[in-house]
Design a protein around this ligand. Structure first.
Ligand code: SAM
Length: 253
């Protein structure tokens, strides 16, 4: 029964594969969790996202709390969202088959609280009703998107959130000070040497290429603050910084 549901949610045809952005199609997607060796704070960052949702949920009286999650990937963030409050239901969106299969597998004990969409995030958000969601959450998604896509995305997130709704994003969102950013970058890349010691220089090479591409569309703290302010969010907070990565929250006014 469960395996039939897994197949129906996670079976991807050629057309859906062709629509995915391919950044997580190969070894990075297949072995995403190996990533934690280079980022020892990864779990803490994910827990920080979960804590923000827990604290927000504590102030809500509704019997159901709807969280829309962009780029659910392996399901590590999804799990934090589900654990935040038993009333949470997650609309989990990802356009990459190889990643969505991992979410399905990692949270299969909670399927009654999850709805999956294997589609582009903006396309899904555009179909949601204005003011219908309690929370928007994502982990390590937004920095992958182009600056124009980010602008469209923050406008849509603002539209779909209820007044007082929570935005939380744990992401590669770098410091504005270029000197500190260069030092963070140097230290982050150096941490990938660990893969040479376990015979996985191929994995290191793929991630370094990914980092180099991210530098071309670098997502900064100032950009994120600006997008939130421009789209009607208040109480914008940098909850925690971990080198190049950070968790930021804001409230829909
Ligand atoms: C780094 S992973 C997310 C990791 C995830 N938070 C976790 O805990 O494992 C980023 C995810 O965003 C997805 N993604 C990238 N662009 C997207 C888009 N435009 N629409 C939907 N998903 C997208 C990728 O397929 C990938 O699974």
């Amino acid at each position: 029964m469960q395996s039939d549901r897994l197949k129906s949610i996670c079976h991807f045809g050629q057309k859906e594969r062709a629509m995915s952005d391919k950044r997580f199609e190969g070894v990075l997607g297949d072995e995403y969790e190996l990533f934690k060796l280079a980022l020892p704070y990864y779990d803490e960052l994910e827990e920080t996202i979960g804590r923000a949702v827990r604290e927000h949920s504590a102030g809500l009286t509704a019997s159901s709390i709807v969280v829309v999650e962009g780029g659910c990937g392996t399901g590590l963030t999804t799990r934090q969202l589900l654990q935040a409050d038993p009333r949470v239901h997650v609309l989990a969106i990802d356009n990459e088959p190889i990643m969505l299969v991992q979410t399905c597998d990692n949270v299969k004990d909670e399927w009654n609280r999850i709805e999956f969409r294997r589609r582009d995030l903006l396309m899904v958000l555009r179909e949601l009703q204005t003011g219908s969601m309690d929370v928007f959450a994502s982990g390590y998604l937004i920095h992958n998107l182009t600056p124009q896509y980010r602008r469209d995305l923050y406008a849509e997130i603002s539209r779909v959130l209820k007044p007082g709704g929570l935005f939380v994003n744990g992401d590669k969102c770098v410091r504005d000070d270029p000197v500190s950013q260069v030092e963070d970058y140097r230290m982050t890349i150096a941490a990938y040497d660990i893969y040479d010691t376990i015979g996985r220089s191929d994995y290191k090479a793929e991630w370094i290429e990914h980092y180099e591409e991210d530098e071309l569309v670098r997502f900064t703290e100032a950009e994120q603050r600006g997008l939130l302010s421009a789209n009607g969010f208040s109480d914008v907070r940098l909850v925690k910084r971990f080198g190049m990565d950070s968790v930021m929250t804001a409230m829909k006014a």
